[in-house]
Design a protein around this ligand. Structure first.
Ligand code: SAM
Length: 391
């Protein structure tokens, strides 16, 4: 059942769901229109695929702690700032996450945990992140602190695991820096193995505190399946999956091709990717750790060809070096998964000499937010196909 829209009292301030007051169907149309305006290829841009229930979809919930008028608060950052908007329940977060976060906040007050104060850089507890495997029901809690011991740590952990048996791991993440980045590099296991599992399609994925995992698994499955369909694979291709995270696209693609090479810069994510390959008994995938811009030329030297390249970069899109290398590799198809239409439009222009944009399928990964995600399929221009086959 869809909840009544505009139920959130802070949606206009905190920015988590800034278009909550717009009817969902209109939101989807807005997103399609935005892509059409940016890409200017109206007939090949398809309508945005929405969700049946566009609430509670986020499997990763981030809460910030602070002090306001001498009282502890938990909530979210105001859009574009570090001001805290107190709110313990977000309509786009998974309900279990909201529930656990509220309980953690109760414990924080009960045990008088020292809260971080950004203004004078004092205190300990900064954020709480809750990751939920929506298909496995496994939960990971990450308590982000400065480099100090969390007071009453044992009591907090014991209370949480007693109340929530699906909490599989609790991790303390150390972030000493005064930056806008929420997570630091160091993790200390307080309970469990330090990771959880989730499933997507027929695959099982290990998720660690620092590795990227799509926040909306229901739509992710649709997105990946569309990407694979657009690649129209025949079975013996060499495929690159650039910016591969924990290897989700690589594994999804693996059964349709000869070999997949995934490239990812976060070491922990590649560790997870390698384990995911093993758990799922996939043999034809290899993961490489490092920045795409440096790894890609070496990978091409090694494999000599790539028939299709999947790219799923962060919001900044592809860098010049990567675009130049792709133009040297000249795969038959580029499947570009983008979470930022502006950088997508820029990159399509840069590939324009040798690639034609054939289809763009937006998938609403972030209902009630302005974010637009899509899969774009680019095909090598006919003259280059001929040129290469004539050689
Ligand atoms: C939008 S996520 C996509 C991850 C994955 N394809 C998925 O669907 O879950 C982008 C990924 O690129 C990684 N990344 C960012 N910059 C990178 C770079 N220059 N080289 C390699 N990986 C990078 C991030 O760590 C992140 O895992």
């Amino acid at each position: 059942m869809q909840k009544k829209i505009n139920e959130c009292i802070t949606s206009n301030i905190c920015g988590a769901c800034s278009i909550l007051n717009i009817p969902y169907k209109e939101q989807l149309d807005m997103k399609t229109k935005m892509l059409k305006e940016l890409l200017g290829e109206n007939e090949i841009i398809y309508n945005t695929i929405g969700m049946t229930n566009p609430y509670g979809y986020r499997n990763k919930a981030k809460y910030v702690f602070g002090i306001k008028k001498s009282k502890n608060v938990m909530g979210f950052f105001e859009e574009g700032s570090h001001k805290i908007v107190a709110n313990e329940k977000c309509m786009i977060h998974n309900e279990i996450a909201n529930d656990i976060a509220q309980y953690i906040f109760k414990l924080v007050n009960k045990y008088k945990v020292s809260i971080y104060n950004e203004d004078n850089n004092t205190g300990v507890l900064r954020h709480c992140i809750i990751k939920v495997g929506i298909n496995t029901n496994e939960v990971m809690i990450i308590l982000v602190t400065t480099n100090k011991r969390l007071g009453r740590q044992k009591d907090i952990v014991n209370d949480i695991i007693k109340k929530y048996t699906n909490v599989k791991t609790i991790v303390q993440n150390i972030n000493e820096k005064r930056t806008s980045a929420i997570l630091g590099d160091k993790n200390i296991k307080l309970y469990g193995n330090g990771y959880i599992y989730d499933t997507l399609g027929k695959y099982k994925f290990k998720i660690s505190p620092l590795s990227f995992y799509q926040v909306n698994p229901i739509q992710t499955e649709k997105l990946y399946n569309i990407a694979i369909e657009l690649a129209n694979l025949k079975g013996n291709e060499i495929v690159y999956d650039l910016y591969c995270g924990i290897g989700t696209i690589s594994l999804f693609v693996s059964e349709y091709v000869g070999r997949v090479y995934g490239v990812e810069s976060v070491k922990d994510a590649v560790k997870d990717a390698n384990e995911n390959k093993k758990i799922n008994n996939v043999k034809n995938v290899e993961f490489l750790v490092g920045r795409v811009e440096y790894i890609l030329p070496k990978l091409f030297e090694q494999t000599k060809r790539a028939d299709a390249i999947f790219v799923d970069p962060p919001r900044i899109g592809l860098d010049d070096k990567t675009i130049q290398t792709i133009l040297k590799i000249m795969p038959n198809k580029i499947i570009y998964i983008s979470c930022n239409p502006e950088t997508l439009a820029r990159d399509i222009k840069l590939l324009n000499d040798k690639y034609i944009l054939k289809k763009v399928q937006p998938v609403d990964m972030f209902p009630h937010t302005k974010h637009v995600e899509c899969v774009a399929m680019l095909e090598k221009c006919e003259k280059y196909v001929k040129k290469l086959t004539n050689v």
